[in-house]
Write a new protein. Structure first.
Length: 535
């Protein structure tokens, strides 16, 4: 039995070696030499995350080479020790998302109790990989203005990156519009999106971003423009690789509220162009608009002093972030509906844009010979009025659900067109966003994290002027739901062997409910059941 279990684990490790995940963490590699340039084997390398005290170790091989993978982006302290040499210390080693940096270490002869501390050195160069891109840092995210607080929109700052979506649809729930990126001339809407190393695409239509994180919870993200490693597939363009923050040794909390109101907005172009709905000063009234985007975030440590392992204590770092979004967006509607008299068969006022009458013919007045040729042409209804008993009861029933016009057709338009104007209509959006993240350190050999992220957008928007009633045509209600989970475990088996296992689940759901139509009795129109059965 033990042999079978061992065989299963060997198979899993072999499979994981073949199926490399899309890594968001950084790596450090390089060589350790003495002042003469000779390689130093068996040198001990240690890096410590200054925010969490997370520690990783490595040992140089016979050629003096070392590599420390799977390091969470952040600020690190690096030390190197070897028998007969002074200790090498380097502070402020800043590792960015998905970067593989090279640090060459030179040790000086001396006692290990002595140290050489590197306090100022050139910026780290990414010499260990051909991948090229740019990083949007936490400072960019915190200080740059963002429309609707969507962190992905900061990608437009990067060289070679073009966003072709509409400026009005950059909100965190406009999943399709905000996926319209072209990177280094690639096809539009063909980029790949990652969140904490897990795929974050929602395939609805051409391409969508599935989950958009809360701005305050984003640490940084990398825009990979070209020459990325083979582990990054499933893309026809570039890659946007986002890393969320983790809790640190310090407790931190924040809250925010962003507000917009009608009195603070300029009027819409549509309202200014239509000389109706004027206020007391003779100016077009501004449509109702409101927006509130508010939330809070908590992050910090949780200590377990009684839980100890041979290689160190067990610690937990947490991050919780929540955001609500409420908006009523001006959407003045102009639609065309039959005039009141037309619904009873009176088309006497029906004219075209030039004022010429549009005749309504009685189809029963035409006569034909045996060959189907017209003997007597059809005649116009007297006065262009259809008798009441000739109106189809189904059509008459449908018109009862149509709103009545509230204005005459504008000049130059056909009669009974663009005759329903709703200047105060506005779309309503409700949206929440939630992130829960837990990072565990089990001594110095095991570390893991679990992250839950979800959001839900509900939109209420009619397009035909029938608002939440039978016959509505639009998104009432329209819903987008995102759920994204990631669990990751790293085990340092030896200074030269590290195992990483990661699992993720991502769901993007989009549905239009049309609640006002649910349960409507179509047979009330008089439609035969045989027809209804086919609908």
């Amino acid at each position: 039995m033990r042999a079978k279990v061992t065989g299963v684990w060997l198979f899993v490790f072999a499979l994981s070696a073949l199926l490399l995940g899309q890594e968001f963490r950084a790596s450090i590699s390089g060589h350790v030499v003495d002042v003469t340039g000779a390689r130093v084997p068996q040198a001990k390398i240690q890096v410590v995350n200054t925010a969490t005290n997370e520690t990783s170790n490595a040992t140089t091989d016979a050629s003096g080479s070392y590599s420390i993978p799977l390091l969470r982006p952040g600020d690190y302290k690096l030390t190197a020790t070897a028998t007969g040499f002074k200790q090498y210390i380097r502070d402020n080693v800043v590792l960015e998302a998905a970067k593989v940096v090279g640090i060459e270490i030179t040790l000086e002869v001396g006692a290990v109790t002595e140290s050489v501390e590197v306090t100022a050195e050139a910026a780290l160069l990414e010499t260990q990989t051909a991948s090229r891109g740019a990083v949007v840092t936490s400072q960019h995210i915190a200080e740059m203005p963002l429309n609707a607080r969507n962190p992905f929109m900061l990608g437009t700052m990067m060289s070679g990156v073009t966003f072709s979506g509409a400026a009005i649809w950059q909100r965190p729930f406009d999943n399709g519009a905000i996926a319209q990126w072209s990177i280094n001339g690639s096809r539009d809407s063909s980029a790949e999106f990652f969140l904490d190393g897990a795929s974050n695409n929602g395939q609805m239509g051409l391409n969508n971003i599935a989950y958009v994180p809360i701005v305050d919870a984003v640490q940084e993200f990398t825009v990979m423009s070209n020459m990325y490693n083979a582990e990054y597939g499933h893309t026809g363009g570039g890659i946007l690789n986002v890393v969320l923050k983790s809790g640190t040794n310090r407790f931190h909390g924040s809250g925010w509220e962003y507000m917009r109101r009608t009195s603070l907005d300029a009027n819409t172009f549509q309202n200014n162009a239509v000389a109706t709905n004027l206020d007391a000063n003779g100016k077009a009234k501004r449509p109702t608009h409101y927006l509130d985007q508010y939330g809070f975030q908590l992050e910090g440590p949780a200590r377990f002093p009684k839980l100890l392992r041979k290689d160190g204590p067990v610690s937990l770092f947490y991050l919780g972030s929540f955001e609500n979004y409420r908006e009523g967006t001006p959407n003045p509607l102009i639609n065309s509906y039959p005039e009141a008299e037309m619904r009873t068969g009176d088309f006497s006022k029906l004219v075209n844009a030039q004022g010429a009458a549009i005749p309504i013919y009685d189809p029963t007045t035409a006569t034909y010979d045996a060959a189907g040729n017209i003997l007597t042409p059809r005649q116009v209804f007297p006065g262009n009025k259809i008798p009441t008993n000739r109106i189809d009861p189904i059509a008459l029933g449908v018109t009862k659900y149509m709103p009545l016009p509230n204005r005459l057709a504008p000049g130059g338009s056909r009669y009974s067109t663009s005759n329903l104007f709703q200047p105060d209509y506005f779309d309503k959006d409700k949206f929440y966003n939630l992130i829960l993240k837990f990072d565990f350190n089990f001594g110095n050999k095991d570390r893991a994290y679990f992250r839950h992220a979800s959001n839900d957008r509900t939109e209420d928007r009619a397009g035909n002027g029938i608002d939440n009633k039978p016959g509505t045509d639009g998104q009432q209600t329209f819903q987008r739901i995102n759920d994204a989970y990631v669990a990751d475990w790293v085990r340092t088996i030896s200074p030269t062997l590290v195992v990483n296992v990661r699992g993720s689940f991502n769901r993007f759901l989009e549905k239009n409910l049309n609640i006002a139509k649910i349960g409507f009795d179509v047979s009330s129109f008089g439609i035969p059941n045989s027809v209804i059965a086919q609908l």
